[in-house]
Design a protein around this ligand. Structure first.
Ligand code: AMP
Ligand code: ZN
Length: 115
């Protein structure tokens, strides 16, 4: 997708603080972090969200989930981390290129506050 910001980041057309790259995946620090460590892992392939993923993406999604803990550890998150995949407008997604947020360090509050 020519006008997708995360495609442009993966192609190096928009600068980012790179965490990792290979032929299929790219990871970079979030520009507006919510925790001391907050980076995103994306496929180079443009998939708009998890709702557009299908069985053809099984291996790609598996690679992303297996890579996440390795990158988290490299970023100093020895004690664990949170993964967030905002999906669709109803899930609060703002950038419509599938991405995994990897978040940790400091205090990570319960994900859903119960009253
Ligand atoms: P989401 O709400 O899951 O779509 O999250 C999109 C994330 O992308 C937000 O956390 C933004 O801070 C982040 N973001 C947007 N533009 C950039 C950029 N150019 N570089 C790094 N992170 C970005
Ligand atoms: Zn894209």
């Amino acid at each position: 997708m020519s006008d997708c910001i995360f495609c442009k980041i993966a192609r190096g057309e928009i600068s980012s603080r790179k965490v990792y790259e290979d032929d299929e995946l790219f990871a970079f620090h979030d520009i507006n972090p919510v925790a001391p460590v907050h980076f995103m892992l994306i496929p180079r392939l443009h998939v708009a969200s998890l709702m557009e993923a299908d069985s053809g993406h099984t291996a790609l999604l598996g690679r992303m989930l297996l890579l996440a803990p390795k990158l988290a550890k490299e970023q100093g998150l020895d004690n664990g981390f949170r993964i967030v995949i905002n999906t669709g407008k109803g899930g609060g997604q703002e950038v419509f290129h599938l991405h995994i947020h990897i978040i940790g360090g400091g205090h990570i509050p319960p994900m859903v506050r119960r009253s």
